[in-house]
Design a protein around this ligand. Sequence first.
Ligand SMILES: NC(=O)c1ccc[n+]([C@@H]2O[C@H](COP(=O)([O-])OP(=O)(O)OC[C@H]3O[C@@H](n4cnc5c(N)ncnc54)[C@H](O)[C@@H]3O)[C@@H](O)[C@H]2O)c1
Length: 330
Amino acid sequence: MLTVGLLGAGRIALVHATAITAHPESKLVAVSDYLPENAQKLAAQFGAEARSTEEIIADPAIDAVLIATPTNTHSDLIEAATRAGKAVLCEKPVDLSLDRARACLANVGESQQPVMIGFNRRFDPNFAALKGALDAGEIGKSEILAITSYDPAPPPIEYIKVSGGLFRDMMIHDFDMANFIMGGPPVTVSAVGTCLVDPAIGEAGDVDTAAVTLTYADGRIAVIRNTRRAGYGDQRVEVQGSEGMLQVGNLGENLMVKSTAAGVVSAKPVLFFLERYMPAYAAEWGAFVAAATSGEAMPVTLEDGVAALAMAEAATKSAQTGQPVNLADI
Ligand SMILES: NC(=O)c1ccc[n+]([C@@H]2O[C@H](COP(=O)([O-])OP(=O)(O)OC[C@H]3O[C@@H](n4cnc5c(N)ncnc54)[C@H](O)[C@@H]3O)[C@@H](O)[C@H]2O)c1
């Protein structure tokens, strides 16, 4: 039984507490939060104890910690937990600063403790099936990848202000998905970003609508599109290959299609990430438990987290300068 401490008791922590508790080989022992009342509420809901972050990390009876705190705390907590001998699953992104994330990678290397980064979309059954079919050669060699990732509505402006911006906070999932599907990072990153949804996001120095083109050493191309406002929610992946195409469309709330003289209508997509990716979060936790208890390599590594963050940094720079950025220069 893997004993687990959960750091942070906010939006995503609730999802993880559910997955940890549902898994037959893990037990949620303790929850911490900067605001103790948050920790107490979540701990009580899942039969765990509310403790401080320091107490959880220092407890030798806790095998693993799940870091679900704001992004600016991640590197510090990854280092503290691995120094204390814990296996770690940390939410994306690794850090707001690429330099800090790279230092964290070097420091964790010395501790030899396993760290997984929470790129949950790799564990979505539909995207995993696409990756499996591509790797099995079912459409030949990949040539163009298109990722559409549109949220239904922006998060609160207070979250935006500490998020690191759209490329580090939101598109980071798509950078990792591109690395996952294409088998490694691109050579160049070209980005455009604009503020069309909420002027407050622009005033906070961020964009809410963006498109990125990635080019690969062997000539392949990927295109990623994000907006923080698509009222119906939209998450699709399409790979064009030398012998065909693989597509994952949106998941409908139900399968009913109504056909009348007025037209053909189906249910809207499952709206937001908390609903859309619940099976992926559970599968992600299952993969972490399997690796932590068997000693096998983590399926998504700290290196993967740093690679995606480097692409976010390159995209941020490209959107600011209007020039393509060589990833090797980042
Ligand atoms: N993988 C995903 O799909 C996904 C989705 C949402 C958020 N996230 C990531 O998860 C992280 C948290 O996001 P959220 O939306 O849950 O934020 P949130 O603001 O809802 O929750 C964060 C919680 O952490 C607490 N906290 C702050 N500093 C702390 C510390 N040092 N120790 C313990 N608790 C602390 C805050 O009081 C708050 O309750 C972010 O890094 C975000 O990028 C990932």
